[in-house]
Design a protein around this ligand. Structure first.
Ligand SMILES: [Zn+2]
Length: 698
């Protein structure tokens, strides 16, 4: 069972979302290829306050608003070859029914209790302010936080009443806290279970490690109800007192349960004999509901893999397993949390329109598989990656056109012209071994959820093929040594077929095209890994190029469009900022998640220095020529500080100099080091005590 985090029905899909869906899709295709019976499900997340807030702004009902996006998503995913076996949504009858049954189980098992809490209240509108209806300061990290999550700071989930200095997003007034009665899931009941769970869980390191910190100390109760109309009703008993029957369930209750509901819908469509949702999701009836975990059950149960964005780890690695456990459901085996996608080296920001949208990519006429390849091979799953049109073009042209496409085309063309198809010979020992190696790497990559390696297999194999063909020069052998020429081309056709088999999870459409070029029967999606070693048809037609070169002008146009949009949005934002005098947090660059070893750090020689002189550089508005004393010597450095600092103030300033930066020449002046500074305002780094000049930074 592979699931992807539900897209929230509140806005258009962009490349940042697509990364997760491409990974989930490739993994489920890979699992099928190695013989696993697999279902891949998802659905739209319809409830919660962001939908309610935006629907109100648009003047439509939340259901109508969310369904609109749901339909768009359902159409968009297949256009990126992301093919769910079932795609539902959280507001349908199946999810409503299963969600309410979860809650009833928790109540029956004594995990739910009622409590009076302080909720934010808008006094002007006289209404409660759940989640996104309130903004303020995160009590944990002090960053600006919105509703139930610290999305710009520590990424923590925030309970109602936790946000500090609350402001109503409806009226912009400071909110007050009022007492209301709500229902809570007692997570502390699952503390011991969760500790065990986190020691068992597989997946990316971020999903395995980050939650450990969150379950230290007594776990806070999770408020599972909200004061609003849009959502699934809390299944209150009729005789229950208090506010419970006016409440809906918190969106993070019914959203993950859609994984179960969507699987059930799939099961009902294909029949239980084909895929039994209960076998995957429900713990065997024999298993006791206790804190003791029975290790044997997994043998009879299916395995659940969640592919999510790294901003929702806490929901999937802490709340969700407790919710499942409390209702007698199976736990996930793995959680894969993908890193964020940046745009041109900066954080993707939909409010600043610094994003590449799903529709935009498709409208530009690019094949979806090219994006899938680019995003899957850019970095390991949990590392943040950058999308830039330039690099996209570079990688498509270099790796797909220049390597994979080139190998396939030259091999098949040569085979077709000289032998009308596959030459009549056995595959050589070395080539067979090389293909076997690729197949074993395929299995390992799928078993280890290593989407990047999986995505790179086709290029690796093609690389080998190109070298093989280059080394053997079959075009010189055709006349002199026809047997040897036949052998080489026979090997190349087999390698081509193997490329089709291993590239299918990431480049499904292109693999299918190649399958057709080889005149193979059926679909490459249905074959097992062994097919890579079976002989291709004896005859096939002349091939066509599988990949098309991306042209520079096309990319220039897309870059210009992106830049124009970002500028337009930032002008708007500037206007708003000057009106509101709001200190919005800076648009932070994503963290580099790839770690360096200590040795690499030791290679960086940073020293305490002091600016001795500073002069502007002729013809260069931004540059200053500095002399910086670093104890051993005085260095001449050219730095882009002119518009950010007063030249006369700089002499005497203590700075940090990167002393072993390679030398450069700027406007004819030699620059011999780099002064360290933070951000666009070039906030200069310094020391806070009096470390002598030349002291090394460690
Ligand atoms: Zn925070």
């Amino acid at each position: 069972m592979v699931t992807c985090g539900l897209p929230y029905a509140n806005g258009d899909l962009h490349v940042g979302h697509l990364r997760t869906y491409v990974a989930g899709d490739a993994l489920s295709r890979g699992l099928r290829r190695i013989g696993q019976q697999t279902a891949f499900v998802c659905g739209s997340d319809m409830h919660g306050t962001p939908v309610a807030v935006n629907a109100a702004e648009a003047g439509v009902e939340p259901r109508e608003f969310a369904l609109d996006y749901h339909e768009t998503y359902a159409e968009t995913f297949p256009r990126f070859n992301v093919e769910f076996d079932n795609y539902g949504h959280t507001d349908d009858a199946t999810n409503t029914e299963i969600t309410q049954s979860f809650v009833r189980s928790w109540v029956d098992e004594g995990h739910v209790h009622e409590k009076e809490i302080e909720v934010a209240w808008d006094t002007e509108e006289d209404q409660p302010l759940p989640d996104r209806f309130v903004e303020g300061t995160c009590p944990y990290c002090g960053e600006h936080a919105r509703g139930d999550e610290c999305d710009e700071g520590c990424q923590r989930h925030l309970e109602p009443g936790e946000i500090e200095d609350p402001i109503s997003t409806i009226t912009g007034n400071p909110a007050e806290y009022r007492t209301r009665e709500h229902e809570f899931l007692r997570l502390a009941d699952f503390q011991e279970y969760l500790q065990g769970f986190l020691s068992r869980i597989e997946g990316t390191d971020n999903a395995k490690n980050q939650p450990r910190e969150w379950i230290e100390g007594e776990l806070q109760d999770l408020c599972i109800t909200r004061d609003m109309d849009w959502g699934i009703d809390y299944p209150a008993d009729e005789d229950e007192a208090g506010d419970a029957d006016d409440l809906v369930l918190y969106v993070w209750v019914d959203a993950p349960i859609e994984y179960v509901a969507s699987t059930k819908q799939y099961s009902e469509r294909v029949g239980k004999d084909e895929y039994d949702w209960e076998q995957v999701w429900k713990i065997d009836g024999e298993t006791e509901h206790g804190t003791e975990w029975d290790d044997d059950w997994t043998e009879e149960n299916g395995e659940i893999v969640h592919v999510i964005g790294r901003d929702i780890i806490q929901h999937h690695a802490v709340f969700w397993p407790a919710m499942l456990r409390g209702a007698g459901y199976n736990e996930p085996r793995s959680i894969l949390a993908t890193g964020f996608v940046g745009i041109d080296g900066k954080a993707l920001s939909t409010s600043r329109n610094r994003a590449v949208w799903a529709d935009e990519y498709l409208d530009a006429g690019f094949h979806p598989d090219l994006f899938r390849y680019y995003i899957a091979t850019g970095a390991g799953l949990e590392t943040d990656v950058d999308f830039s049109w330039d690099r996209f073009a570079e990688r498509v042209n270099g790796e797909l056109v220049g390597n994979v496409g080139n190998f396939i085309y030259r091999s098949l063309l040569f085979a077709q012209r000289n032998y009308d198809g596959t030459p009549d010979a056995a595959v050589s020992h070395d080539v067979r071994e090389r293909i076997e190696k690729a197949l074993s790497e395929f299995e390992t990559a799928v078993s280890e959820y290593d989407i990047r390696t999986l995505a790179e297999l086709a290029a690796d194999l093609s690389n080998y093929g190109n070298e093989y063909i280059q080394r053997n020069e079959p075009w010189n052998l055709v006349d002199d040594d026809p047997d040897e020429a036949e052998q080489v081309i026979r090997d190349c056709v087999q390698l081509t077929k193997a490329v089709a088999v291993v590239m299918q999870p990431v480049l499904p459409d292109k693999a299918e095209q190649l399958w057709g070029q080889l005149d193979e029967a059926g679909s490459v999606a249905d074959v097992s890994l062994d097919a890579a070693l079976a002989a291709p048809p004896a005859s096939f037609d002349a091939p066509e190029e599988l990949f098309e070169q991306v042209e520079d002008e096309h990319i220039d146009g897309l870059n210009e469009e992106l830049q124009r949009r970002v500028e337009e949005a930032s002008d708007d934002a500037d206007d708003e900022e000057s009106l509101a005098d709001d200190d919005e947090p800076a648009d932070l660059e994503p963290l580099v998640e790839e770690r360096i070893d200590f040795e690499s750090f030791e290679g960086v020689d940073m020293r305490v220095g002091e600016i001795v002189t500073a002069e502007s550089v002729e013809d260069a508005d931004k540059l200053l020529e500095l002399e910086v004393d670093i104890g051993h010597e005085v260095r001449q450095v050219v730095a882009g500080l002119a518009q950010l600092h007063d030249v006369d103030d700089l002499p005497g300033t203590r700075v940090i100099l990167l002393a072993n930066m390679e030398q450069a020449e700027l406007f004819g002046i030699e620059s011999n080091g780099m002064v360290l500074a933070a951000g666009d305002e070039a906030d200069l780094l310094t020391t806070h005590e009096d470390a002598p000049l030349g002291t090394r930074i460690k």
